[in-house]
Design a protein around this ligand. Structure first.
Ligand SMILES: Nc1ncnc2c1ncn2[C@@H]1O[C@H](COP(=O)(O)OP(=O)(O)OP(=O)(O)O)[C@@H](O)[C@H]1O
Ligand SMILES: [Mg+2]
Length: 439
């Protein structure tokens, strides 16, 4: 592997050839260009660690070019090649963001030392940026575990979009952490000290959902003995989160569209328009656009919701997050169950790393919780894992794939562990008193 990649931009062919020869013999990968234009084209093609740039190019002033290059890649190290070597040139070079400059004619030893320093500095800057990024996110979102590039990119986006009032649509398979991300958006926004109101639209009949969302006035229906605020009013100044938005009925879709557009609504049976300032975040584990094409979801509402779209990657596409998630839940459930800290045996860890996780993080959390509850040893071994983890190939054929919902609890009835099999009423989504008692 080359020590670093260097682009030489100089209009004099002897200089380009001389530098190519010198730097290649030192183990660097070198490309060169004779004009500013072709230099820029090379920088577009692939990343370089260092640019050696002649300040007096025929087609462009080198200092101007440098500014443009830094706008595109602020971390690229640049060393200017100049014929004059005046103090003024040095000052201008540093001001334009160059790291250093060399004057023609140069001593090869000095040039190589400058090049080595510039390449190293680029490497350190990049390492630093990556470390800071992971650290910042660890502080910004302490409850979200994930160091994979996919999760870091998603969290960067969350940081970026959280402060605005824009509506956000979060899509992702069941159990990938959509609600967790919705909460993170709320806590990173200026609304953090106001309410975060989750609405599970899937489990509520239409009439009840509308009365829950918009409230009702006294006498609006038989059992409405008093006026009641709806969740939109409760969430005023805060965030309302629609879990499983795809399940809402066409009537409620129309009303929701109106609230998003007008920011006002009427309580059921009421005549007065109520104004609210609510940020809307919606989640879906089915592809909403498909439902739009099938005529099952309003296209206008889809566009209103889809102002910013975040996609949560399934766990099998970010396996590098599995060990830290296992450790995170192991600590949590050991503390909750008052058990000494346990670890996984290498064999158990391998099975868990290879498993396909159709139920994603929720499934992983449940597996760890059960292992902790059932374990009597210091370490969690294969015998404490559900059968799937041992039997499931990395990519099971479609016919063998269970739905995510089924996967959350599917193995429980066939449990062959040391304790009696048991099933949880809600697959661990909400920890019920029954569950707590059992755990
Ligand atoms: N990156 C993560 N770090 C820590 N915990 C996580 C992470 N992702 C998910 N979880 C946990 O996994 C469980 C499921 O997450 P969540 O409820 O947010 O998923 P979901 O995508 O909304 O699922 P569903 O589609 O079934 O509603 C929760 O207990 C959540 O705290
Ligand atoms: Mg959810």
């Amino acid at each position: 592997m080359p020590k670093g990649s260097i682009l030489v931009v100089d209009d004099e062919s002897e200089i380009r050839e001389g530098l190519e020869l010198l730097l290649t013999s030192e183990g660097y990968g070198v490309s060169s260009a004779g004009t500013a234009e072709s230099g820029l084209a090379k920088l577009e093609e692939r990343p370089f660690d260092l640019l050696l740039l002649d300040v007096s190019l025929p087609d462009r002033n080198g200092l101007d070019l440098l500014k443009e290059i830094h706008r595109r890649d602020p971390h690229l190290s640049v060393v200017l090649i100049t014929a004059y070597g005046s103090i003024d040139m040095a000052r201008a070079a540093f001001k334009s963001g160059a790291m250093d400059y060399i004057t023609k004619p140069w001593s090869n030893d000095e040039l190589l030392a400058q090049v080595a320093q510039a390449v190293e500095s680029r490497r350190l800057r990049e390492e630093n940026v990556q470390l800071k990024r992971a650290l910042k996110q660890r502080f910004s979102f302490p409850s979200i575990i994930g160091k994979s590039e996919k999760m870091l990119t998603l969290l960067d986006l969350v940081t970026q979009v959280a402060p605005s009032r824009s509506t956000i649509l979060i899509s992702g398979e069941s159990g990938t952490g959509k609600e967790l991300i919705a909460k993170a958006i709320h806590s990173a926004s200026t609304r953090a000290d106001k309410a975060f109101v989750p609405v599970n639209t899937g489990s509520i009949p239409v009439d009840l959902l509308e009365s829950q969302l918009f409230g009702h006035v006294k006498g609006a229906f038989t059992s409405a003995v008093a006026s009641k605020k709806g969740l939109f009013e409760v969430a005023d100044q805060g965030t309302i989160f629609f879990d499983e938005i795809a399940t809402i009925s066409p009537e409620t879709q129309a009303k929701l569209l109106r609230v998003i557009q007008e920011r006002e609504f009427m309580r059921l049976g009421g005549t007065e328009q109520i104004k609210v300032d609510v940020r809307i975040v919606a989640a879906s584990n089915v592809e909403l656009l498909t439902l739009v094409r099938e005529g099952r979801f309003r296209e206008d509402l889809y566009h209103r919701l889809n102002v910013i779209h975040l996609t949560l990657p399934p766990l099998r596409d970010r396996r590098e997050d599995v060990p830290s998630l296992l450790a995170h839940f192991l600590i949590r459930y050991c503390q909750e169950n008052n058990k000494p800290l346990r670890n996984f045996t290498p064999a158990a860890l391998k099975l868990l790393m290879d498993y396909d996780w159709p139920g994603n993080v929720r499934e992983l959390e449940n597996v760890v919780e059960r292992a902790v509850v059932l374990s009597t040893q210091e370490r969690v071994d294969v015998d404490l894992l559900p059968p799937q983890q041992g039997n499931c190939p990395r990519r099971p054929p479609a016919a063998l794939r269970v739905s995510a919902a089924a996967a959350r609890g599917a193995w429980l009835p066939v449990w062959r562990g040391p304790l009696k099999p048991f099933a949880l009423p809600d697959h661990g989504r909400n920890r019920t008193p029954h569950h707590r008692r059992y755990a």
